[in-house]
Design a protein around this ligand. Structure first.
Ligand SMILES: [Zn+2]
Length: 315
């Protein structure tokens, strides 16, 4: 079974121990034909570009995730200001995050304070928002950058206010259209705003993938009418993903692509473990089951779709 992963984060620290071995050998041996490493922060974008240069079958997504758009807002701050802003924001958010973390049973609070610190640390290295944009544009123009992403809206963590998230989402949507790159979109607890923003500022241009699609079947139909593909990953194998299963059953296979969001969202039976692109076979098997078709035939169509949306013609 030949696998394409349209969305992974091998720059995540979860891969610090064995990144070289995985990217250099194991993924390919496990049937992974292509993998797209998705930039989320500026660090992630830099790493994506580096992996794409080093590994023939790895491609890059370059973009700033809604949690990290603070790098635009704060570009030009000093080291001292960065430290102070980090401390202040962690203090302000403590109550909210601790509640959330207890609810989810995760160390989400710790994770989000790392994110807060990172955006300020990154902002030190740029003189202005335009400077950040120029750096991004440089990486978008590299030959193996196939998508502008991941970009979007995240109203779950709300690391930045809605208006700030929207502003930089729109700016990056326009950039994608200007540069002729398809988009890769992150949306959490923000389905309607994400849809409306894309419809107004991007539809009819370069297309792309709605990553880890979690909206309704009706909205999925609208997206495919506007020329977008839906990213399907480990969630489709989970018992409680009734809506997504309905979406996968109803939307023509020609509009679906596979992804992991590694290291997150490992499919059943590996749920909770560190994910990697090889595990997409479980996702393909589930899609094939929902479509009542042969998994190998299903895999072939899914890989054609991924190549088509990202316009990758090489072997
Ligand atoms: Zn992601």
């Amino acid at each position: 079974m030949r696998i394409i992963d349209t969305h992974a984060h091998y720059d995540d620290e979860a891969f610090d121990e064995d990144r070289g071995e995985l990217l250099g050998k194991l993924l390919k041996e496990g049937g992974v034909e292509l993998a797209v490493n998705m930039g989320a922060s500026m660090y992630g974008a830099d790493e994506s570009a580096a992996y794409a240069e080093k590994y023939d079958y790895v491609y890059a997504g370059i973009g700033i995730h809604p949690d990290d758009v603070g790098v635009f807002e704060h570009a030009g701050i000093s080291r001292e200001e960065a430290a102070e802003l980090t401390r202040k924001e962690i203090r302000d958010r403590e109550g909210v995050d601790q509640g959330e973390a207890a609810e989810e049973g995760t160390d989400a609070a710790a994770e989000s304070s790392i994110q807060i610190g990172r955006k300020y640390q990154e902002a030190i290295h740029f003189s202005s928002a335009d400077d950040v944009m120029d750096h991004l544009i440089g990486m978008c123009r590299l030959p193996k950058t196939v998508t502008l992403g991941e970009i979007g809206l995240d109203y779950h963590w709300m690391v930045e206010p809605k208006e700030v998230q929207k502003k930089w989402f729109i700016r990056q949507l326009r950039l994608a259209a200007e540069l002729g790159l398809p988009i890769n979109v992150h949306s959490r607890d923000a389905a309607q705003d994400t849809f409306d923003t894309i419809k107004e500022h991007h539809s009819g241009t370069t297309g792309g993938i709605i990553h880890c699609y979690s909206g309704s079947a009706e909205m999925a139909q609208e997206y495919i009418r506007m020329g977008y593909y839906l990213g399907v990953g480990g969630v489709v194998t989970y018992k409680n993903s009734k809506v997504l299963k309905r979406v996968v059953s109803e939307i023509p296979l020609e509009y679906l692509v596979t992804e992991t969001d590694s290291p997150y969202l490992a499919p059943t039976p590996l749920r909770g473990e560190r994910n990697d692109s090889r595990n997409i076979r479980y996702v393909i098997e589930k899609i094939a089951e929902l479509k009542e078709m042969d998994p190998e035939d299903c895999a072939e169509i899914l890989r054609e779709n991924a190549r088509k949306v990202y316009r990758i013609t090489e072997a």
